[in-house]
Ligand binder design. Sequence first.
Ligand code: ZN
Length: 390
Amino acid sequence: MIPPRSIPRPSRLTWTLWLLAIATSGSAYGLRILASHHPDWVEAVYARRLYPALAHWVSLPARLAPFSLAECLLGLLLTGSFGLLLWAGWRGRHQRPRLGILLSRGAPVVALVCGLGAHVFLLSFGYHYARPAARNAFGLTPPPPDPVALERFARRCIRQAALELAAAAPPRTAERGSELPLSPAQLADLLAESFRRSPELTHLSDVRFAPPKAPWLSGLMARAGISGIFIPFTGEPHYDANQPASSLPFTMAHEMAHQRGFAFESEANFVAAVICIRANHPYIRYSGWAGAARYALRDLARAPERYAAVTPLIGDELRADWQAQGRYWSRYASGRLARVSARLNHAYLQSNGVASGIANYNEVTGWLLAWQAARRETETSEPETGEPAD
Ligand SMILES: [Zn+2]
């Protein structure tokens, strides 16, 4: 007679791991839901007090390292995980994998790590998705669509871009259009100064942020269709160093806007345009106006007659810069990696409450029109730096 096999019971360690996993993952989910119902708390407690202090200290190692710390950590993580798998495979080469232990210990450990990771992400950046950052900082509300205002704004952007480009007089090549007439470090410094001078961001004026970094994997970023990315765990904004110079100031400012708590892509684009337009260098202001013009024209294309009336105003040099950008991205970012990356970004944004996903990048003109309208109301006889009054 065969004795009945006893069913192994979960050990105390397994129960403890499951409890910890449920507590960390559940509390992260619960706090995120709570935050989305109380954006005013998020603004007052997290964005105005906790985040500036956290950002200051989290970015300390990245301020000291002249290279991308996030890229190094990613390399170490991948190498370490691969080594661990090899070691586990070697040690267990004479044993059959025990599914019971893998499920009872492995699953709660994975859930626990995910829960802890969610808390770290929320604290280092994620709670910003629960507040209307641009509305709170700039006191603006995007107006309803108005083709007349949009056409006027598009005309202004094109005119200002041409003026600033003429003032900057950058060197040009046939392939890449205009070249950066300053070093990337100078560009980063001027953008940081423009952020510091912004009256809407005085609560961040004492925070020392990490400078933007060009990772060694810039080529891979381009193939994934990523012109820039902010990594909150190290507080570092990254940019693809090889992209055409005309888009670089706008890209850098966009990632620096994320770093300063503007989580939504539309808001980071809006802040990037404003910060570039206010900067103390004509080429940076050019990039801001040209970036704003592209988004305005994209929206204006829904009114074909107005669009057709505005596009002849685009000068040869601005057109050549946009063509250089188009050539660059169609050459590097038209493969499978770019499609997968776009899908992942779409899922990431939607999981953080950005309903439109990657379409959110284009939802910027409402903010720009609101900003223009507010400036027109308050404009004095003295125009902002480098920007003649209308
Ligand atoms: Zn972004």
